[in-house]
Structure formats: C-alpha cells, structure tokens
Design a protein around this ligand. Structure first.
Ligand code: CAA
Length: 696
C-alpha cells in the first residue's frame, strides 16, 4: 500500500491516516493509498466502519496543485470519492486544520463528518481559476441549499467549523485529538445503528434564477470566469440526475483547466509563496525586532505605525511638534477603529494599544532603544539626509535604519550615516496598514542580515515582500512611470483618459490609471514631473493638462475633482468636463492631429510599455526574477490576479508578437520604445520569462 496512508484498526473500525506533509495534498500516491485502504477495509473481516483522518497540520489542503497542467493520473479524485461514498461500510471523516477543495470534497463523499472547533473548510478552487471538480458543486448544495453553497464556492473563502456546522457541512464539533474523536464518533454511530448516508442520494435543492446569478457573479469578477461557471455546475446539480450533474461539473472543470486564467492564477499562487524565498538569504538569520520607531505621522507614517501596532510591535512615533504628534495619534486612532470594525482587534485591544503600545515623541533621543526605525518624511533628499544623520546619532548599534522613500537613492541616504550596512528601503504602499505590498530596497552596502530582517518584518506585518534594487522608482513606480507615459502619449495622440480607464478596467484592473491618479492625489505626479523636468528628463512631447488641473487646485478625490468630478460621492465618478478642452489645447500647441484608438490598441500599447520596462527591470537586476515584478504589480498596482502579472501575461500572449509591437511603436519614439535587451534575448532563444523563474 502507498506509504502516504497508514492502515490501522480499532475494533470494528478501520483507520486510514493520511501522511503527506506539509498539508496532505491529494497527490496521486495519496489517492492511490486511499483507494487501496478502502479495498483493504472492505476485505478486512469484522470491519464495519472506516475513519479517514489526516496527520499533521490538516485533513487535506486539496488536490496537489503541482499536478495541474500535467496529464491526469489515476485514480482520479472524482472516481475515488464516488468509490468512498459507495462503500458498504460506514465512512466517517474527522477534520482538523484545513479541509479545502478536493479535501472538503473527500469529506463530502464520506457519510458523516466530525471536526475540531478550530477546523476550517472551503472550496477555494476559484482562486486557482477552477471550480470544485470532484463533486463539490453537486454535493455541497444538497447539504447547504443553492445560495449558501454558491457563496462558499464563488468566494472561495475559508469557513470556521461553527459556521460549517450551521450550514450542514459538519455534523458534529468536538474538541480533542482528531483521530480519537473520529474513532469515538464512528463507534457511537455503529452503536446507534446509524445507516450509511451518501450525500449524492439526498434530494437536490430548490432552483434559483440561474441566468441572473450567472450574470451577477460574472460582473463582480471583473472578467474572471470561474466563479460564474460555478453557477452553471450547481444548476446541473438541481436539474440533472446526480451522475449527469457530475459529468457536467467535470466538463466545465476541464474547460477551465485549459484557460489562460487558470495558468495566471496558479502562477500567482506559487509566486506569492516564492517571492519571499530568496536563494541569497538561505541560512541568514534576521535580527530580532520588537520595538520600532516611525519618523513622521502623516498618512504614510501613521499607516506604517498602525500596521506595526496591529502586528503586536511596540511603536515610538516621532513628530516635529506636539500638535503634529496629536494629529498623528488621531490618524492612528482612526485606523485602529477601522480595524475594530473589521473585527481585526477587539475594542479592548484598541484601547490597550493606544495607551500602552504607542508612544508619540518629539525628541530624537527617545529613539535610542528601537530595533528598527522607518523614516516616512517628505520626499526630499536633503530632508532625508538630515533625518538619517540624527538617527545615526541616537540609534543603538545594530538598529536598522530604513527609509520609506518611493524613488530616492538609498545608497546616497545610507552614505550620510556611519553604518550604511544597516540601512535599507522599506517602501510601503498607501494606506500602509491595508495594502499588501512591501518593496524591500537593498542598497550597495546593505548587509544580508539586514535584508533578511526586512523580510522578517514584512512577514510579521502580513505583507507580500519583494526584493528591489536601487533605481528611480525601484520596481513598481519605475514600471508605473513607463506605462503612465504610454497612456499620456496615447492621450496626446487622440485617446481620452476615460477611454483608457475603461479599456483597462475591462482588461481586469481594479481601476484605470487616471482613476488611480485621482485616488492617489494628482499632486504626487505633479511633483515627480517637476523634478524630472528640472533634471532634464521630460518626455519629448510634454503634456501640461495634468499640471493645469493641479494649478487650478484639483488634486483628485481629496479635493472633489481631478480627471473625474466626485460631486455625487466618491463612488459615482463622472468625467470632469474641463479636462478634454485642456487636452485639446495641448494637442493644438504640439501640432498633433488626433486619431481614434480602439480598446484593444490601448491595452496592447499600455501592456507593451509595462512588459518592456518590466523586462528592463529584471535584465538590470533591479528585480531578481520575473515573478518579483508580477507580484509587485499584483499586490501594489491592482493588476488582475487571474492574469498572473505582466510577465506571466506576456508569456501567455507570446513574447515574439509583443516584441514586434514594441519595435513597430519604436518607429514613433525610438528612445521610449527601445526594446528591452532581455526581451530580445528571450525571443531569440525561444524562451519565456517563466523559464527564468524556474532557475531560482
Ligand atoms: N497542492 C500542492 N502544494 C500545496 C497545496 C496544494 N493543494 N497547498 C499548499 N501547498 C504547499 C505550498 O506551496 C507550500 O509549499 P512550500 O513550503 O514549498 O512553499 C506548503 O504547501 C505550505 O503551504 P503555505 O506556505 O501556503 O502554508 P500555510 O499554512 O500558510 O497555508 C494552506 C496552508 C491554507 C493549505 C494554503 O497553502 C492553501 O490555501 N493552499 C491551497 C488550497 C487550495 O487551493 N486547495 C484547492 C486545490 S484545487 C482542488 O482541490 C481541485 C479539485 O476540486 C479537484
């Protein structure tokens, strides 16, 4: 028998214990072992019940995702589950840790389910671009009804044992050891003479308006198709006999398996885990961090302080005056109240944090104790240099000095201190207690141990941390500058900001670039443009409409007007009628005759600029691997997860065609559209960006 399943017996009960660390994924060997275990139990004299239980952290985390995209191996999971359910023996699942996807489907194929109170269940297949493909769409609604079942599978959320019990998914909740609980429960059932209870033999639930549900879920998914297809599979569970419903589910599952969205989602799943796993940091021990200092209590500093406080760290925040300190404290208080509303902390914890864990000071000497200090002051090199000189003076030896700068040169900042090896960039994204991305900017002299500590802090704060090298804008903002330039140039040539936003929102971005600019504040881009012009880096055809908006006092959402007018509320944006005339004035000044752009061309150019710059960022070593860029754009810039990231998207659409496009655009502006050498090399070698990820 497969060594992934241990067979044992207690009285009339056969026990199949799953041993496939770390999370008992249902690999071929596990499926084989379960099938053999059922055969053995049925042939074992005197056995009347079978208990399936997991060893280690989980019941089952689901199908083995590493097998996806490869030829399916027997026994197939749906057949195995049907085989378990059809057993003449009484089959019991005892669940602990997670029972996800195929794992929950195995449990649904058992006749009874018991769980410990901390157990969690879910059908997260939509997060992999799939739907439950081993009977989940057919069995779950028979227990929960259509509405609750669809909610579980279209959101992919994890549900606690209590809720799962209320929904009818779990029969009994009992604290204690899952194996002993399972044995006792199976024995009770045998003693009571309980009958086998196959879910497939239960009556189907009542129908709903399937087309309306399909359309509503499709619209909510911003182009993601898997959740909507759950509706069609559940419809089959109601309208067809069980065996036919299973076939319909399988059919949709295989169709989804062939999609680009499945590829993108699975790339995101593994990249999200690989991004913090840098070969260069193997075996390097991070420094201990308990107490952090934050310099500056504006939106960013207060957000960073909030993130640290929510992670249980002590925070000392420095402001320039008592009034500014109070304003910072008020901001943090508001953030923490939001966390109470979202049930992240209790009201009691909120009060504790404000009275005991947060200290606001106005004197640098109070930072002598901190293990890490993060500076979040105004983006000006001279100001930063002064701050770092002070930090160098007061911070204890071994303290890490970090800057939250979004584009300034970390090496220059480090050079103002006597300990450049202790300096790095920790670039948060606003609001810092909400946004998942953290760029860890490693300078020339940053010690590996300091970088490792940056990653450890990111983990404590629940961030997705990406290693970035030093350049203007690091990974994310450097790439953003490039695709924004492409968008600005399309506007001069005839597209409107509203066409561009619509095209990219249809592509799957949460917001188009002009809606994002309004949200972030137009003054930010204005400051960057002024700096770039002063440094002689203005684009050849330099537009001024965005500056005019700012000169008129329109900074986007915070002033109620920018590219859009928010008079009707932040959620009901309408185009600001002043914008198009400003753009037309620019076109007239530059002698441009506008032309029209299809949504397809807008996406193609925007994405070509994004991919080309991303390839430069990887080629220059600013990002170590293509997946680092993909995760930056996914977690910091609203890139649609189901497309995997810009470089995964590029692999899927084909690098050769993209390079051709870039070369054709280069005829208009050879400097901006200069092809990335890495992209040219990959095309010449017939390779993909993903091949570089695999090198590690
Ligand atoms: N298959 C293969 N490997 C898996 C896996 C799976 N289903 N789930 C987790 N792993 C791996 C992870 O890649 C990771 O590997 P490394 O240590 O090499 O990086 C390791 O197990 C531990 O995982 P995490 O770091 O994520 O650990 P965690 O404790 O933070 O989270 C978890 C554990 C909640 C199970 C999380 O890993 C998770 O959500 N996994 C995916 C679950 C899922 O989507 N299941 C559905 C599969 S699809 C399916 O079942 C289809 C079907 O109907 C047939």
């Amino acid at each position: 028998m497969s060594d992934k399943i241990a067979y044992s017996r207690q009285g009339d009960i056969a026990i199949l214990t799953v041993q496939n660390p770390p999370v008992n994924a249902l690999s071929q060997a596990v499926r084989q072992g379960l099938s053999e275990g059922m055969d053995r139990a049925e042939a074992d004299d005197g056995v009347r019940a079978v208990l399936i239980v997991g060893e280690g952290r989980a019941f089952f985390a689901g199908a083995d995702i590493t097998e996806f995209g490869k030829p399916p191996l027997e026994p197939h999971l749906p057949d195995l589950i049907n085989r378990i359910e059809a057993s003449p023996l009484l089959v019991v699942a005892s669940m602990h840790g997670v029972s996800l996807g195929g794992g929950l489907e195995v449990a649904l194929g058992c006749h009874y389910r018991i769980a410990v109170p901390s157990a969690k269940v879910g059908l997260p297949e939509v997060h992999l671009g799939l739907l439950p493909g081993a009977g989940g769409t057919q069995r779950l609604p028979r227990l929960t009804g259509v509405e609750a079942g669809l909610n579980v599978m279209t959101t992919g959320r994890h549900i606690g044992a209590q809720k799962a019990h209320e929904l009818g998914i779990i029969d009994v909740i009992e604290d204690g050891d899952p194996k002993q609980n399972g044995i006792a429960y199976a024995q009770r059932l045998l003693d009571e003479g309980a009958a086998r209870r196959p879910v497939s033999e239960m009556p189907p639930p009542a129908p709903i308006d399937w087309d309306a549900a399909f359309e509503a879920i499709l619209a909510k998914g911003r182009g993601q198709i898997a959740p909507a297809w759950c509706v069609r599979a559940v419809q089959a569970s109601v309208e067809k006999p069980f065996a036919e419903g299973l076939k319909a589910e399988r059919h949709i599952f295989y169709d989804l398996m062939q999609t680009d969205q499945r590829q993108g989602m699975i790339h995101a799943f593994f990249s999200e885990r690989a991004v913090g796993n840098l070969p260069e940091l193997k075996g390097i021990k991070p420094r201990g961090i308990q107490h952090i200092g934050v310099i500056g209590g504006g939106t960013m500093g207060a957000g960073i302080a909030t993130a640290a406080l929510l992670a249980g760290l002590e925070v000392t925040l420095l402001e320039m005056s008592a009034e500014a300190g109070q304003a910072a404290r008020d901001r943090i208080e508001r953030n923490l109240s939001g966390a109470v509303k979202r049930s992240k902390i209790t009201p009691n914890q909120h009060d504790q944090i404000l009275t005991h864990t947060l200290v606001v000071v106005t004197n640098y000497d109070k930072l002598s104790d901190v293990d890490l200090v993060i500076e979040a002051v105004f983006e000006d090199m001279d100001v930063k240099k002064k701050v770092f000189a002070e930090l160098d003076r007061v911070c204890k030896p071994g303290a890490i000095l970090a800057s939250n700068t979004s584009y300034l040169d970390i090496d220059k900042i480090a050079a103002t201190t006597s300990r450049p090896s202790d300096v790095l960039g920790l670039h948060f994204f606003s609001p810092a207690h909400v946004m998942k991305l953290l760029e860890i900017v490693v300078g020339d002299k940053t010690a590996p141990e300091v970088t490792a500590t940056g990653f450890a802090v990111g983990k404590m704060l629940g961030k997705i941390s990406v290693r970035a090298g030093v350049c203007d804008g690091f990974i994310g903002n450097r790439i953003l500058a490039s695709y924004r330039t492409a968008a600005d140039q399309m506007i001069l040539d005839g597209a409107s900001p509203y066409d561009i936003d619509e095209a990219l929102e249809d592509f799957g971005f949460a917001m188009g670039p002009f809606a994002v600019a309004d949200l972030a504040g137009l003054d930010i881009g204005w400051a960057v443009r002024k700096r770039k012009r002063a440094e002689g880096h203005a684009p050849k055809r330099d537009a001024t409409y965005a500056d005019k908006l700012c000169e008129d006092g329109h900074f986007g959402q915070k002033t109620g007007k920018g590219y859009y007018d928010y008079a009707g509320g932040l959620k009901t944006r309408v185009p600001n009628p002043d914008v198009l005339p400003m753009i037309e004035a620019d076109r007239a000044r530059l002698g441009i005759t506008p032309r029209s752009f299809t949504h397809e061309e807008i996406v193609r150019r925007y994405m070509a600029a994004m991919v080309n710059e991303s390839a430069k960022v990887v080629g220059e070593g600013i990002a170590r691997r293509p997946l680092d860029v993909d995760m930056t754009l996914l977690f910091g810039y609203g890139f649609p997860r189901y497309r995997g990231g810009p470089l995964k998207w590029a692999d899927i659409v084909g690098l050769e065609d993209l390079l051709k496009d870039i070369k054709s655009y280069a005829a208009e502006d050879p400097d901006f559209w200069a092809p990335a050498p890495l992209l040219e090399r990959l095309v010449a070698d017939n390779k993909t960006f993903d091949d570089l990820n695999k090198k590690g």
